[in-house]
Design a protein around this ligand. Sequence first.
Ligand SMILES: [Zn+2]
Length: 93
Amino acid sequence: MEHYICKLCGTEITDAEGIVSYSNFIDDPRDPLYEYSGSSFHKVCFQTWDKKTVFEKKFQEFIEEARNVHEKITGQKIDATELLKLLFKNKKK
Ligand SMILES: [Zn+2]
């Protein structure tokens, strides 16, 4: 397993089961949640994070937006999971 540092508490995540990871989905550096996109968290830290709801909502909006764009371009609907694979296929695991 790669070396992951929890963005919220700053300590290493050693338990593969206890990790929450988000792809880089916020492009705007002025966004207050920008630094958290593309980060990993302890599941426990993430669950109790005060910005969790906003962060998750923003991620959902990003997915919806990307799905709309994909549908417009290809004329086909796409599953959120498939979409994420497409979007981040260049990112190494
Ligand atoms: Zn943590």
